[in-house]
Design a protein around this ligand. Structure first.
Ligand SMILES: Nc1ncnc2c1ncn2[C@@H]1O[C@H](COP(=O)(O)OP(=O)(O)OP(=O)(O)O)[C@@H](O)[C@H]1O
Length: 290
């Protein structure tokens, strides 16, 4: 659905995006992850034709954004929370954008309802909170009932209830077969939402694939007075940390326990060492592990 190929963009001496290649498929939520300044916004702006790539290409349904016949019904985007006329009410704002896209008032009512904008539709945009602005932006992006949704840090300003709502909302949209790309610099924000992730760092691809693959491989710390004997019984890569302590890879604690029991080997400790997803992400993006 979205195909990024060799995408590169420099701003003067700054290499914002370098030779980026990945796909974003339909029916899933894809998290677009990287630390501040990694190049996420620049990439999304290139997807929308707002920034011209230095080289490479990005297509949506096989065409660059500018060549899409009816772009707002193909792609909805939320890139920032500005761009409201301060004297307009939230409903005025939606009506204006609906007119520009030639969408009916039924779409205004529908998107206001599903995004929760109805609750503050009569309020002027200058008085809206950041979370309300996020919802209004999302409602605006949905006016054309787009198949592709690009959201840049959509959780910013949302309270915990709003974040939980957004998660369910995006999952529902993905379940309808839409293509959803959500950027974040915090993995925890999209951990429960995304199925796929694209991780970038300093403008370059670090990894792209299922979220589950971000986990490092599991290991188990084993303490036994017969560690050496146990090691010869285990058909798995094993590190010897001391005469009594092993680190065993590719076996679960339960599997190690049953081998030990079968050979009458006493165990004093079995500790699973699987890194958290956040640790794996920080490791990939060069952050520090807490
Ligand atoms: N218009 C511009 N002119 C100059 N430099 C820019 C411009 N836009 C982005 N950059 C630079 O490109 C790099 C990537 O920025 P970008 O905003 O794409 O990162 P990001 O991953 O979205 O970061 P954040 O999580 O902080 O929003 C940064 O070094 C940024 O300063």
């Amino acid at each position: 659905m979205i195909e990024v190929r060799g995408l590169t963009k420099t701003f003067g001496p700054v290499a914002a995006v370098t030779d980026l290649t990945f796909d974003v498929g339909p029916g899933t939520v894809t998290g677009f992850l990287g630390p501040n300044g990694a190049g996420k916004t620049t990439t999304m702006r290139m997807m929308l034709g707002l920034v011209a790539p230095g080289s490479g290409s990005v297509t949506i349904d096989g065409r660059p954004y500018r060549e899409l016949r009816d772009p707002t019904s193909v792609v909805g985007a939320v890139l920032d929370s500005s761009g409201f006329h301060p004297a307009h009410t939230a409903r005025d704002h939606l009506r204006l954008y609906a007119r520009m896209g030639r969408y009916g008032s039924d779409r205004v009512a529908r998107v206001a309802e599903v995004t929760g904008v109805s609750a503050f539709a009569h309020r002027r945009t200058r008085g809206l909170s950041t979370g309300m602005r996020q919802r209004l932006n999302l409602a605006t992006a949905l006016l054309g009932d787009p198949r592709v949704l690009l959201l840049d840090e959509p959780s910013n300003g949302l309270d915990p209830e709003g974040i939980a709502w957004l998660r369910r909302f995006l999952r529902d949209l993905a379940a309808q077969g839409r293509t959803i790309l959500v950027s974040s610099h915090v993995l925890g924000e999209i951990e429960q939402t995304a199925d796929q992730v694209v991780v970038i760092r300093e403008g370059r691809l670090v990894t792209a694939g299922p979220l589950s693959e971000l986990y490092g491989s599991a290991s188990v710390l084993v303490r036994s007075p017969q560690a050496d004997r146990l090691r010869t019984m285990l058909a798995a890569p094993t590190e010897i940390l001391s005469s009594e302590v092993l680190r065993v890879h590719d076996l679960s604690a339960a599997e190690i326990a049953s081998v030990a029991a079968a050979h009458g080997i006493p165990l004093q400790e079995l500790t699973s060492e699987r890194p958290t997803l956040e640790q794996a992400f920080l490791h990939l993006t060069g952050g520090t592990t807490p």
